[in-house]
Design a protein around this ligand. Structure first.
Ligand SMILES: *Cc1c(COP(=O)(O)O)cnc(C)c1O
Length: 396
């Protein structure tokens, strides 16, 4: 049954109709994202309880790490309590120290700016590009050309005289950023690259998994991510020394000994419990299905936006060329003509039972981060007004 729309109908109404069609007319409220348990979750959890191995040691942790290695192609994987802890350790392991600067996108989840702060270092906010929502590497190169100089193989911010130690791009909503471009920039300026792949498990750049390009990559398995361990994260690296350090630091820096309790430095209790890893093992077995569902939903949104002739008002974000995105969160971009209706669309879609959401609050505007260095952030600021995340659950 097709409905005819009259031209005066508000954009919000049409978008609600497009969502309804895409999700095949759901009867209940549809959340932005919900975990999906369609595999061996219960049987693995039961195994933990039956064997009493629910906590800091157990075979599921080793198995989850091994399965993640196979899936991502990362040589080493260390499972940890959450993605933020993974970022914290990653910063430490590339040498981020007190007073260093770390380049982060302003349009970002808050975890990486927090992790920089845990190291008493300073976030330095950079701009994004519309195509991928990730760091604009060309703009960054020009900026660094202008504000930095090289001294003893280090990148120095000439204005603050601090070392710019690392750059932490995020593959936002699962879409791979321009990795080739950014790697050129971080190499040119001697800046360490850490990839925040928390949202991009299952996303590939030139057929290589995101999170395996930088010196370190991190994943998150929080309940809102493409797969979940309840809470959890992982550190990915191809460097054995870094992997061994990551394992050591995240397991209280305890000396490897059968019965002795000796600690070699200040360590962290960041290891992933076995019961969480059990959930992860079951979830990872189903990642092909989880990815299929996301891609199908993207196609469904694209089709109904087309059908309702909404292409001048909104576009749905598509995976960048040469990439395969996990389509973790479906993303609408409003155009210049429709930007002023963002709040109306957010309000009315939520009222209609479709849990939509705006972009992250730009990090440099938060009171605790507002006095830190930043470049011109025109694109990030305009994106903030354009992004609407759509319900990204399967209902079709
Ligand atoms: C979820 C997320 C993290 C870390 O999340 P945790 O909740 O600590 O596991 C980090 N970065 C991004 C971009 C995220 O979306």
């Amino acid at each position: 049954m097709k409905k005819q729309f009259n031209v005066n109908q508000s954009l919000s109404k049409k978008i609600i109709e497009a969502i309804r069609i895409s999700l095949n007319f759901p009867k209940k409220k549809v959340y932005l994202h919900e975990p999906k348990f369609i595999g061996n979750e219960l049987s693995y959890l039961k195994e933990c309880i039956d064997t009493t191995f629910v906590s800091s040691i157990g075979e599921f942790v080793n198995r989850f790490e091994k399965n993640l290695k196979n899936y991502t192609g990362s040589k080493f994987v260390v499972a940890v309590v959450n993605g933020t802890a993974a970022l914290h350790i990653a910063m430490k392991l590339v040498g981020v120290c007190r007073g260093d600067e770390v380049l982060l996108p302003a349009l970002n989840f808050i975890a990486s700016a927090n992790a920089v702060s845990y190291c008493n270092a300073i976030p330095h906010f950079v701009d994004s590009e519309e195509k991928t929502l990730g760091i604009d590497s060309k703009k960054l190169e020009k900026y660094l050309d202008k504000i930095t100089e090289q001294k003893n193989g280090l990148c120095i911010n000439r204005k603050t005289l601090r070392i710019i130690r690392a750059c932490v791009p995020t593959h936002i909503f699962g879409h791979p950023i321009d990795l080739n471009g950014l790697i050129k920039v971080t190499n040119k300026f001697n800046i360490e690259l850490i990839e925040d792949a928390a949202e991009s498990l299952g996303s590939f750049y030139n057929k290589t998994h995101t999170g395996t390009f930088g010196k370190i990559g991190i994943l998150s398995f929080n309940g809102n991510k493409i797969l979940t361990t309840g809470g959890g994260g992982a550190i990915l690296t191809n460097d054995k020394i870094i992997a061994d350090r990551a394992k050591h630091l995240t397991t209280t820096a305890k000396k490897n000994h059968e019965w002795e309790l000796f600690y070699e430095e200040v360590g962290y209790n960041y290891r992933m419990p076995n019961i969480n890893a059990a959930l992860g093992c079951a979830q990872l077995e189903k990642i092909p299905e989880l990815l299929k569902i996301k891609r199908k939903l993207f196609k469904s949104y694209k089709k109904s936006l087309n059908q309702l002739s909404l292409n001048n008002d909104v576009k749905i974000l598509q995976e960048p060329k040469g990439c395969s995105s996990n389509y973790w969160l479906q993303t609408l971009l409003l155009t210049k003509s429709s930007m002023d209706q963002r709040n109306d669309i957010l309000y009315k879609t939520n009222q209609a039972g479709f849990n939509t959401r705006p972009a992250y609050s730009l990090n440099h505007k938060l009171s605790h981060f507002k006095n830190y260095p930043k470049m011109d952030l025109t694109v990030a600021e305009s994106l903030e007004g354009k992004i609407i995340n759509l319900p990204s659950n399967e209902t079709i």
